[in-house]
Design a protein around this ligand. Structure first.
Ligand code: ADP
Ligand code: ZN
Length: 525
């Protein structure tokens, strides 16, 4: 055994108290200790921190860790100090004298690990400081933040490409839990890591059962899930709005399930208290916005439920990945409906930023919609999104209850024809609800007010019920055969709709077996 192996093993045991490395940790650690550059893709909870912490301790000098998670730096440093590692951080939340103290420790060679916010590297004094000390390695955490294509872009990360020029002999290790093939390549290129060795761990989380259900009555559906499958379990329920996290938490408590809200609008004290209770107590449900979860390390989260559609597959994977870190069976459950698609398309349309930015958001949403509407194994689709291949898993809803597809061309044409009829009333804007009322032949006040019962399409859609039509409209939106526009979420045609209406393009849709969720449960191991 080379001496660096011995050192690494020794540090793993003596400092961190673990018996053995996990997965590729050993290879990564040895490679970096030997002075090599590395690009590490490992899912959340995979154990990325040790990959740079151990080389920081074994190599001479200080391991400089660039991380955008400023809010977590204090915790990370405290955790290392508790293990006897000499750690410190520099970020914008510090008082000048705290900063001077850390700088002095760095120069005196009294630090093993130094966490650095990326914006610090734009400050010339920081670069000069680093030049006066001895650096063991640069670790670039959350490396996907350098990708303009990703969902977390941080302009400060672009400056990290210069590290190599200033410190050509210092090894660099970039780490991320979220990277598609394209982002992966972009990280390598932008951080000038073309010659780095790539370590790509499997993104499969076999103990997580993925399920997507049509959203009809989300509160009742959630309650049923918790009562029948997860009584007494700890879990996270994600909602899009702050308001709904509070309402849902209240609703669960009224129904005898201990739950707490968490969102960025709560004061820091309440947030810290709720988070601490979630970590410490058994069987607590956290109802949260995506503000919750970064850096949360609770092994026995038994379910992650989404009551609203995540904005990207990366987000979905990261959020669901907080379930089942202990390896025991866990559920990733998502309720998704027409309103989700309408709302998110609308949010994208109204979002700040240029055309390219909106196109990026739309592409992220489309990938998420494709995952929701797939008739294939969800795990296979998910892994494929991250550039990895897999076999049908037997542990997702589509494997357990294979959905049927059906020829929805005629219903699609009926919806689109109705949109065409309404388009003629230029000043009026109508959403999905009105279209469905017309197809079903309902004489609602709004239908009568606009004489929509006089349209030739009025009442031509009795072959489906309300939820059937909602599913058709949802899938048309998901497939890009219909679009949403403007303040009132007006439905409008796309080039694809014209093909369906006028060029005989066929439309295949996923049939939602009502009993899918129940069947999946019955077969659950
Ligand atoms: P990531 O940054 O990839 O999300 P962490 O580095 O936070 O993951 O590690 C996740 C958890 O796994 C932590 O609690 C960590 O202490 C633990 N862990 C990491 N490596 C090992 C190992 N070799 N043996 C045992 N536990 C480990
Ligand atoms: Zn599957």
């Amino acid at each position: 055994m080379a001496s660096s192996d011995r050192d690494a093993d020794e540090v793993l045991r003596r400092v961190f108290g673990y018996d053995s490395f996990r997965g590729e940790q050993r290879d990564i650690v040895e490679h970096v200790i030997g002075g090599g550059d590395a690009l590490v893709l490992m899912p959340t909870g995979g154990g990325k921190s040790l990959c740079y912490q151990i080389p920081s301790l074994v190599r001479d000098g200080v391991g400089v860790v660039v991380s955008p998670l400023i809010a977590l730096m204090q915790d990370q440093v405290d955790a290392l100090r508790a293990l006897g590692v000499r750690a410190g951080f520099l970020n914008s939340t510090q008082y000048p004298d705290e900063r001077s103290l850390v700088e002095a420790e760095f120069l005196a060679g009294e630090l093993d690990v130094l966490y650095l916010a990326p914006e610090r590297l734009r400050v010339d004094s920081t670069l000069r400081l680093l030049e006066r000390g001895r650096i063991a390695l640069f670790a670039i955490d959350e490396a996907h933040c350098v990708s303009q294509w990703g969902h977390d872009f941080r302009p400060d990360y672009l400056a990290l490409s210069h590290l190599h020029e200033r410190w050509p002999d210092v090894p660099r290790i970039a780490l991320t839990a979220t990277a598609t093939k394209a982002t992966h390549a972009e990280i390598a290129q932008r951080l000038r890591l073309e010659d780095a060795r790539h370590f790509v761990a499997s993104f499969d989380r076999p103990n997580i059962q993925y399920r997507v259900v049509p959203k009809n009555d989300p509160k009742r559906q959630l309650l049923e899930l918790l009562r029948t499958e997860h009584a007494g379990d700890a879990g996270i329920v994600y909602c899009l709005s702050r308001n709904s996290t509070e309402k849902i938490a209240e609703f669960l408590v009224e129904n005898g399930i201990p739950a707490l809200p968490y969102h960025a609008g709560l004061d820091a004290g309440t947030r810290a208290r709720n988070q601490a209770r979630f970590l410490r107590e058994d069987g607590l449900v956290m109802v949260a916005t995506i503000a919750f979860g970064m850096g949360i390390d609770k092994p026995d989260v038994r379910f992650v439920a989404h009551l609203d559609l995540p904005k990207s597959v990366e987000g979905y994977y990261q959020e669901t990945g907080r379930a089942g870190r202990d390896g025991l069976p866990s559920t990733a459950w998502l309720a998704y409906g027409l309103q989700d698609v309408v709302q998110q398309r609308k949010m994208i349309e109204e979002s700040q930023g240029d055309q390219a930015h909106r196109r990026k958001l739309a592409a992220h949403l489309d990938a998420m919609l494709a995952l929701c509407e797939t008739v294939e194994c969800r795990r296979v689709r998910l892994l494929d999104y991250f550039g990895q291949s897999g076999q049908p898993c037997g542990n997702c809803d589509t494997c357990l209850t294979p959905p049927q597809t059906w020829d929805a061309t005629i219903p699609a044409q009926k919806v689109l024809s109705t949109v065409v009829r309404l388009r003629k009333e230029r000043r009026q804007k109508f959403g999905a609800g009105q279209i469905i009322d017309i197809l079903l032949g309902r004489r609602t006040a709004k239908v009568i007010q606009h004489d929509h019962d006089q349209l030739s399409v009025f009442g031509i859609g009795t072959e489906l019920n309300e939820s059937g039509w909602r599913a058709v409209v949802r899938q048309l939106l998901a497939q890009g055969l219909l679009a949403v526009e403007g303040e009132y979420s007006t439905l409008v045609l796309t080039p694809g709709s014209e093909e369906v209406l006028f060029q005989g393009r066929e439309v295949l849709m996923r049939r939602e077996p009502e009993k899918a969720a129940r069947a999946a449960r019955a077969k659950k191991p």
